[in-house]
Design a protein around this ligand. Structure first.
Ligand SMILES: [Zn+2]
Length: 297
């Protein structure tokens, strides 16, 4: 079944932009062709044609990676877990806050919240469906963060780990974030970096595009424009590599050529490619970027 697609303009200024690529869903291998466009005025990349919002749930199958529960069955995996993405993210936010009320918008399986210390943090999560793992059950909200405001007591921090690029309504999401945060509270947004070395190398097959799930891909300038409008001040920019990596990029490139190799599951290949990830971080051209902003008082 093929969805009826819709056309869209730049999410910031509504201009039609310039067509860069025609893309397919290489990650989940679902149907459709999508347009990747660029607005030079806003430095924003956006999908058009794209899947209409009411139909996009079809493109989040159970196999979609962020929703797989994380289980560390063996000792090897327990060691890997200590070095894993949730732990890296925990250490990133610890540079700014040591505890309080935290809300993870788009919490997926709940792995990030589970990595936080229970004594220091009061944890809340939101996603469109309750995760199987139940990691944030009890303090879990079902919903779309970019649609309706979340009605609860203010929080000290909001995290969005590779979530913001999925939003159809980024301005609404930031307005909701400003309403939910206490004055001076922290907003952490990690997103793919369209000006990364990986994007230059892999072009239309770069994993950061992830069509049709990534509605827009934000440069620093595009995101800062939205943050400023919503009453935030950008506080720090941290080169990040916890969303997409080189082995996953290679996998998608091979997938586009008809090979199904699961290269990103090879620890050897990941180890061999890790110097490239390190180099791109040192050059501040890493595959993803963590933006840290504070709500103005
Ligand atoms: Zn624009």
């Amino acid at each position: 079944m093929t969805s009826a697609h819709e056309t869209a303009g730049c999410l910031l200024c509504r201009s039609g932009g310039v067509r860069l690529y025609t893309q397919r869903d290489l990650n989940c291998r679902l149907d459709g062709e999508f347009g990747q466009n660029y607005c030079p005025a806003c430095d924003l990349f956006f999908l058009s044609p794209r899947v209409p919002e009411h139909d996009i749930h079809r493109y989040y199958p159970a196999t979609y990676q962020p929703w797989r529960p994380v289980r560390y069955a063996s000792l090897l995996y327990r060691i890997a877990g200590a070095l894993s993405i949730p732990q890296i993210r925990r250490r990133r936010i610890a540079r700014f806050l040591s505890g309080g009320r935290i809300f993870d918008a788009g919490c997926g399986s709940g792995a990030f919240l589970a990595a936080l210390n229970d004594q220091a943090w009061q944890k809340f999560g939101m996603d469109v469906t309750l995760p199987d793992s139940g990691l944030c059950a009890g303090q879990f909200h079902t919903g779309h963060f970019d649609r309706e405001p979340t009605r609860m007591e203010p929080v000290d921090a909001i995290t969005m780990w590779h979530v913001f690029e999925h939003f159809y309504h980024p301005r609404q999401a930031l307005s909701n974030a400003a309403a939910l945060l206490r004055p001076g509270g922290y907003l952490f947004i990690s997103i793919p970096n369209p000006h990364s070395i990986e994007r230059r190398v892999f072009g239309k097959y770069w994993a950061g595009w992830d069509p049709p799930r990534h509605i827009a891909t934000y440069s620093r300038r595009a995101l800062e424009t939205l943050l400023t409008e919503a009453g935030f001040r950008l506080q720090a920019i941290v080169p990040d590599a916890t969303g997409v990596d080189w082995s996953f990029n290679l996998n998608l490139l091979m997938s586009a050529r008809g090979h199904s190799l699961r290269l990103h599951e090879s620890l050897v290949l990941r180890a061999l490619l890790s110097p490239l990830a390190l180099l791109s971080r040192l050059l501040r051209r890493s595959g993803s970027t963590l933006y840290v902003a504070r709500r103005l008082t």
